[in-house]
Design a protein around this ligand. Structure first.
Ligand code: SF4
Length: 100
C-alpha cells in the first residue's frame, strides 16, 4: 500500500476529492478510520459542471460522491488512496493556499 505521507499528527495534510473523477463507490468512506470522508448527493450546480461521462456514470450509481467533511482529522494514512479505483483523491498541505 502506498502512503502519501508518514504523518502521525492529524490535520497536517488535507485530502481532496476530484469531483470530475469520483463515482461515489464509497470505498474511501468505508476504509477511513477517522471519518474524514462522507458520501453526499452532487448538488445541481456542481453536477452541471462535471464532464458528461462522469454525469452519466453518476446517474447509474445513485448520484453520490465522496466529500471531505472533516479534513482536520486526516492522518494521511493513505488508505483512501489505495482503495479509490478512480484515482480521485489527492492531498495538500494544511497551510497551502486556498483554491488549489
Ligand atoms: S488518508 Fe487516511 S485518514 Fe486521511 S482521509 Fe484517507 S483514509 Fe482517512
Amino acid at each position: 500500500m502506498n502512503r502519501a505521507f508518514d504523518c502521525d499528527d492529524a490535520g497536517m495534510v488535507w485530502p481532496l476529492v476530484d469531483s470530475e473523477r469520483c463515482l461515489g463507490d464509497a470505498g474511501c468512506v468505508s476504509v477511513c478510520p477517522y471519518d474524514v470522508l462522507a458520501l453526499q448527493p452532487v448538488d445541481a450546480a456542481s453536477h452541471d459542471d462535471l464532464p458528461e461521462s462522469t454525469r452519466f456514470l453518476l446517474s447509474l450509481s445513485g448520484g453520490l460522491q465522496a466529500v471531505v467533511v472533516a479534513p482536520e482529522r486526516c492522518r494521511a494514512c493513505g488508505l483512501c488512496l489505495a482503495v479509490c479505483s478512480q484515482d480521485a483523491i489527492d492531498f495538500h498541505g494544511r497551510n497551502e493556499s486556498d483554491g488549489g
